[in-house]
Design a protein around this ligand. Sequence first.
Ligand code: PLP
Length: 420
Amino acid sequence: MESVTLPPIHEDRSALDLAAIRADFPGLNQLVHGKPLVFLDSAASAQKPRAVIDALSDAYTKNYANVHRGVHTLSQNATTAYENARAVGARFLGASSADEMVFVRGATEAINLVAQSFLAPRLTAGDEVLVTRMEHHSNIVPWQMVCEALGARVVPAPIDDHGALDLDAFEQRLGPRTKMVSVVHVSNALGTVNPVAEIVRMARERGIPTMIDGAQAAPHTAIDVQALGCDFYTISGHKVFGPTGIGLLYGRRERLADMAPYQGGGEMIQSVSFEGSSWAPPPSRFEAGTPHIVGAIGLGAALEYVSAIGLDRIAAHEHDLLHYAEERLSTLPQVRLIGTAPGKAAVVSFVVEGIHAHDIGTILDAEGVAVRAGHHCAQPAIEHFGLAATARASFALYNTRSEVDGLVDAIGGALEIFGV
Ligand code: PLP
């Protein structure tokens, strides 16, 4: 924590000092089409605080060298910083040891790794992987690839018309053929927060391994993998204010120890000969080749940054924004919210009667308001509502109520342009 410059905070510990937080994010302070940027696309990728930008710059300018290989000072310093970031990740996720943390490119790579290294050798024809209908494609396709090759199948648990998981239906689908449960913690398309502790409990009672996709949870929710009891959990660096191309996979120690490597190469071996090679212990076993050293250091800085502010306070602020946005949007009868599960996170997917989601995105952009339009890489979830696309405003710790006003005013402008 020493290297992080803490943002000043109000006397009232429950409120965030938004002016100070926004000053930490240089990317927020710009004009788009001559209008002040209103950045409401953090679920796709979040802006970066100065603490992360400085950590990246320092790692490249002061202590850059390859890790784990050199006896020289710079290599040792880089190795210390890289391994320190792993320890920060372990603390952030509540793992019992840094050895349970594997650096990956992001949530996508983590799920592919678990599908290939953990599940594939344990899967036979007729087996099932249970997911939900609200999954991001990255928590569907990697399992399908493994299943299709082995005659197994991916089974989706249904969601209701608020976008909440039908937990009874989920439990009914847990059977002797279920070889893996993999569920999103917070849905990127609907904002639904899944009861992951309950889901893991149901699976564990039946001896079924569990993976949680926490890509959207990490920026908003405190995570404790030991309390959850899951086998695997993943986060993406760029969603939690860190760099792109880096993420973390938590794997329970005994699971990782029982898995063969996903990729071969340097750094992941114990010994190599032409008669055969043996693997290093986890996590090195799963980090073949030169890793994204500087990205990992930047991710460590990002996790320290959000931890220093406090995830509880961040969640309280985002809930305030969510409720304010819902209240203001409810004054526009042409707007329909998609995803209204109780206790949801600050992701507001919506459609506007008579205007295509992409047109909404374009008109809002002209006002400096950045939202996402499309299926959000969650086609089955969006199709559940009979839609091909929604517009999506996603909030982060740096957003303000006046930005919600900016969003609502810009939608009002779109209604006028289209005359609806
Ligand atoms: N899971 C969820 C819920 C996501 O929102 C995303 C990205 O949008 C991913 C997984 C994939 O993350 P990445 O592309 O960083 O690997």
